[in-house]
Design a protein around this ligand. Structure first.
Ligand SMILES: Cc1cc2nc3c(=O)[nH]c(=O)nc-3n(C[C@H](O)[C@H](O)[C@H](O)COP(=O)(O)O)c2cc1C
Ligand code: SF4
Length: 424
């Protein structure tokens, strides 16, 4: 079956990350086209494309762009979220290393459409190579007149700056990222005001994920309707799906939105490694509710996943084989969230800490009757009660692991040991 690819067609070509090759293969034609289009038409195409944010929440990009104030007297800012901190997700780094000009071209088109003259690419601190490659591509774009003053004689100016984070999961949350960009501690801000009205440096700001913006050139070249037609209703295009765990071919796959989760795992990623059977799947990065093996006949799109109580999130499919202790797996996850909580809100700071602590004692065979209820009670007191969704991101795996694998928790408490010998 041949599939339309939006992003990865040329990712096998090592020179594609350079402007010359990118252009030879059709790059920057969308930007040239966009610079001669009315700005509203570009936004309209992105709306028609049903492009949903690829950073996790899945908010429609064109709709978010429409939240910018009409008043152009204050400068606006575009921030590209290249923090990629969600465990299980490793696709933005692929775009940054294999096709950074897709991102830059997307930035120029978006900047032009939204009358933005300053863009920041906020890159996770650990991504040293990614930063170097993106910076090199930005330098090439400046040298070719695709960034800077009077881009290709259009009268449009755009400066693009790379900003490195220091490697905190919470800095991927958009308001925390904005604080970090301003040189402050990476603490989330209370919303409202939303970044589109008060964002970076107090200015109206759009924060979008790398993949979201890298999709924009294709939309301008082929039209919003064509992009929409690759996916499903209200969720267009393709997605970069990251598959990890004991499958035969782990990696990143560009697939049409709405493809079944079964097909992602058993066709594209080659199925389970020899001798292993599927037990569970975390479908969209570590904070998305876990699915049992019998729940994978579902479309990988935002609404279908929602219908079965989970999320496509940031595209990180984590495959869990039989033999894995789900108590141990959840314990590892809870440790992560306790470590990454910024500490501003009591339900998150204390709640994540307690979830990790209770999980550790259950895992070690030291849990008591009532511990599982205690976890569920803590979850109820955390969900939706904090400044940002990090607390929810810890609660969703905790609840879903218990709801779907309750017997494993009970056995640890009753038998005072791990039935799997604590293997992970
Ligand atoms: C704790 C936390 C971490 C996040 N990390 C990322 C991230 O690494 N990359 C990302 O694009 N979005 C991340 N997000 C989502 C962003 O807040 C925001 O929704 C996204 O960047 C918007 O871009 P999009 O609309 O293009 O998806 C995170 C959200 C939370 C709550
Ligand atoms: S929910 Fe957690 S991470 Fe988010 S602001 Fe509150 S304490 Fe910080």
């Amino acid at each position: 079956m041949t599939m339309d690819l939006v992003l990865t067609t040329h990712f096998g070509n090592d020179r594609y990350r350079h402007a010359e090759t990118y252009e030879r293969l059709g790059g920057y034609a969308a930007m040239r086209k966009a610079l001669s289009m009315p700005k509203e038409e570009i936004v309209a195409e992105v709306r028609k494309a049903n492009l949903r944010g690829r950073g996790g929440a899945g908010f429609p990009a064109g709709v978010k762009w429409g939240f910018l104030p009409k008043d152009l007297s204050r400068p606006r800012i575009l921030v590209i979220n290249a923090d990629e901190g969600e465990p299980g997700t490793f696709k933005d780094r692929l775009i940054m290393t294999k096709g950074p000009h897709l991102l830059i071209e997307g930035i120029v088109i978006t900047g032009y459409a939204l009358s933005i003259h300053n863009a920041y690419v906020y890159i996770r601190g650990e991504f040293v190579r990614e930063t170097d490659i993106v910076q090199e591509a930005i330098d090439e774009a400046y040298a070719k007149g695709y960034l800077g003053k009077n881009i290709l004689g259009s009268g449009f100016d755009l400066e693009a700056t790379v900003h490195r984070g220091a490697g905190a999961y919470i800095c991927g949350e958009e308001t925390s990222l904005i604080n970090s960009l301003e040189g402050k501690r990476g603490w989330p801000r209370v919303k409202p005001p939303f970044p589109a009205s008060v964002g970076a440096f107090g200015l109206p700001t759009i924060v979008n994920n790398v993949e979201t913006i890298a999709d924009v050139p294709w939309i301008i070249t082929h039209g919003g309707e064509k992009f929409a037609s690759l996916g499903v209703e209200k969720d267009g295009g393709t997605r970069l799906v990251c598959v990890s765990g004991p499958v035969k071919k782990p990696g990143v796959y560009e697939l049409p939105v709405g493809i079944s989760l079964r097909s992602i795992i058993f066709e594209h990623a080659g199925g389970m490694q020899d001798g292993k059977t599927l037990k569970a799947v975390i479908p969209g990065g570590s904070s998305t509710p876990v699915l049992r093996a019998d729940q994978i006949d579902v479309g990988y799109d935002i609404e279908s996943m929602q219908k079965i109580g989970t999320m496509a999130g940031s595209g990180g499919v984590i495959v869990i084989p039989e033999g894995t202790c789900m108590v141990r797996a959840l314990s590892v996850l809870m440790n992560f969230y306790a470590h990454e909580s910024c500490g501003q809100c009591t339900p998150c700071r204390e709640g994540c800490g307690w979830l990790a602590k209770i999980m550790r004692r259950i895992e070690n065979g030291e849990g008591s009757e009532g511990d599982v209820e205690l976890i569920l009670d803590l979850c109820d007191n955390m969900m939706g009660r904090t400044i940002c969704p990090l607390a929810d991101a810890a609660v969703m795996p905790a609840q879903s692991f218990i709801w779907k694998f309750r017997d494993e928790f009970d056995r640890h408490i009753r038998d005072k040991k791990c039935p799997y010998g604590n293997r992970f």
